[in-house]
Unconditional design. Structure first.
Length: 413
C-alpha cells in the first residue's frame, strides 16, 4: 500500500460536482474507467474526465459506492501519519464536547463524519470496539489498529465487523479480540447517572445504542407519569430513563400523574433478560414493569384488538431499509407501526418514534408519520425532532451522517 504509481480513477464528464462539493462517496455510475491495477481497498487518484486531479480515495470494486474519499488535499499522503492525525482530531472533538464527563460509553470515530470512511470506533470505558465496514478500512486495519493502540487508558480493542454492509463490500464478517484482553461480559457501565450491563461481544451494533443517549435524556425529562409502551426495547434503556425521570420529579409530559409503569416488548428473550437486570441494577422494582417476548407488529395489533391505551409509546425499530433500494418497503413498515401506535395512545399521549434507516430522510419520515396519524384519525403535533448525538457528528457535506431520525409527537385532546 504505497502512494507511488497509484492507479487513477477517471470520472465521466460532468460527474465531478459532488466530489468538488466534498461529498465523500463516488458511485459506480460516475466512474468512466480506471487506469492501473486497483485491488480491494487500494488508494486511487481520482481525476475528472479532463484529467484534473480531484482527490484520493479507497477503491471498492464490488460495492455500488466504488470509491470513498480519504482526502481532497493533493499534498496529503494516505499513510500512518494520515490515520494518526484523523484519530487524534476525532478524539479531540469528543474531549471538547466533554462527553466522558457524563458517560463511560460513546462514539470515538464516526466514519465519514470524522474523515475516516468505513471506520466506526466506540469506546466503552477502557475497551474500544471497532468496525471495519469497507474495503478501504479493512485494507488499512493493521495501521489503524496500531494508531488506536496508542490511545491512553485502553486495555482492549475488540472487532465487531459483523454488520451487513460488509457483504455489499464483498467482505466476510469478522469478530474477536484485536489487542489486549476483553473483560468478562457483560460490562457494568454508567450513562447520565444510570447504570447498564453491556455486552460488547454479542450485543446489537457494538453493544449499546450509543446514538440514542441524548434522546433518552429527552424522554427522561418528559417521563413524569403514566403507562409507557417501549417497543423494540433491547436493553430497556428508555424504560430505565423513564422510571428515573419519575424519581427525579422532572417535567410532566404525560397525560396523567400516575406512577410510571413500563411495558417492554422485544423479540429477543436474551435482550429482555438484560432489560430486567438493568431495571434492578438501577433500583427499580420489577412490579412496575411488564416484559413481553414477541413480534412487535403482532403485539401492537393484539393491544389494538384489546383496546389498550398508553400515555407514551417508544418505537425504536431496527433498520427497515439497509439500502436506498429498500426504502419503499421500509416506508410501509414504518407507517404500519406508527399507525398502530397512534391508535393505542390516549389523548394527550406522546409518541417517541425513530428511524435509523439511512435511505429514509427526516422529511420522508415525517410524511410517513403524518400519514399514519391521518389513517388513525388522530391529530398530533411535533414537539421535537431528534437525531444522533454530538459524538455522532454530521458533516454538512455528508447529510447521510444523520442516519437516526426521531420525532416526539403529542396526540391532541
Amino acid at each position: 500500500m504505497t502512494e507511488t504509481k497509484s492507479p487513477v480513477l477517471f470520472l465521466k464528464p460532468g460527474r465531478e460536482k459532488s466530489v468538488r462539493s466534498l461529498h465523500p462517496w463516488i458511485f459506480s455510475g460516475a466512474m468512466e474507467r480506471i487506469s492501473g491495477n486497483a485491488g480491494m481497498g487500494d488508494t486511487v487518484e481520482v481525476c475528472s474526465a479532463k484529467g484534473d486531479w480531484l482527490c484520493r480515495a479507497a477503491y471498492s470494486p464490488r460495492s455500488n459506492i466504488r470509491a470513498r474519499i480519504w482526502t481532497w488535499d493533493k499534498n496529503q499522503s494516505v499513510d500512518e501519519e494520515f490515520f494518526a492525525d484523523r484519530v487524534q482530531k476525532a478524539a479531540a472533538l469528543r474531549d471538547e464536547l466533554r462527553i466522558a464527563e457524563t458517560t463511560e460509553m460513546y462514539r470515538l470515530i464516526h466514519a465519514e463524519s470524522d474523515g475516516l470512511p468505513g471506520l466506526i470506533v466506540d469506546r466503552y470505558k477502557d475497551v474500544l470496539v471497532a468496525q471495519f465496514l469497507t474495503a478501504g478500512a479493512e485494507a488499512w486495519k493493521p495501521i489503524i489498529l496500531k494508531v488506536l493502540s496508542t490511545i491512553e487508558g485502553v486495555r482492549c480493542i475488540y472487532e465487531r465487523s459483523d454488520a451487513d454492509v460488509r457483504q455489499l463490500e464483498g467482505l466476510p464478517e469478522q469478530t474477536g479480540v484485536l489487542s489486549g484482553s476483553l473483560p468478562d461480559q457483560p460490562m457494568l457501565l454508567s450513562e447520565n447517572g444510570l447504570r447498564f450491563k453491556v455486552n460488547v461481544a454479542d450485543g446489537h451494533k457494538t453493544g449499546f445504542y450509543l446514538d440514542q443517549r441524548e434522546n433518552r435524556k429527552i424522554f427522561r425529562e418528559m417521563a413524569a407519569g403514566g403507562h409507557v409502551l417501549n417497543c423494540f426495547c433491547y436493553t430497556g434503556a428508555f424504560g430505565v430513563y423513564g422510571l428515573a425521570g419519575r424519581v427525579d420529579g422532572q417535567a410532566d409530559g404525560f397525560a396523567n400523574g400516575n406512577a410510571v409503569r413500563i411495558t417492554s416488548v422485544d423479540s429477543s428473550a436474551q435482550a429482555l433478560e438484560l432489560a430486567r437486570q438493568n431495571m434492578q441494577l438501577n433500583g427499580f422494582p420489577l412490579d412496575q414493569h411488564t416484559f413481553i417476548e414477541g413480534d412487535v407488529f403482532q403485539v401492537l395489533r393484539q393491544f389494538r384488538d384489546q383496546a389498550k391505551q398508553f400515555d407514551a409509546i417508544i418505537l425504536d425499530p431496527p433498520r427497515f431499509a439497509p439500502t436506498s433500494a429498500q426504502v419503499e418497503r421500509a416506508a410501509r413498515g414504518y407507517k404500519d407501526i406508527n399507525l398502530l401506535a397512534f391508535k393505542l395512545l390516549r389523548p394527550g399521549g406522546l409518541l417517541f418514534t425513530f428511524s435509523c434507516s439511512g435511505g429514509v430522510s427526516m422529511e420522508l419520515f415525517q410524511k410517513i408519520v403524518a400519514s399514519a396519524a391521518e389513517d388513525a384519525r388522530v391529530q398530533a403535533s411535533i414537539l421535537r425532532r431528534m437525531y444522533n448525538g454530538p459524538d455522532h457528528p454530521i458533516r454538512l457535506s455528508f447529510p447521510e451522517g444523520a442516519y437516526l431520525k426521531g420525532l416526539v409527537c403529542k396526540v391532541l385532546e
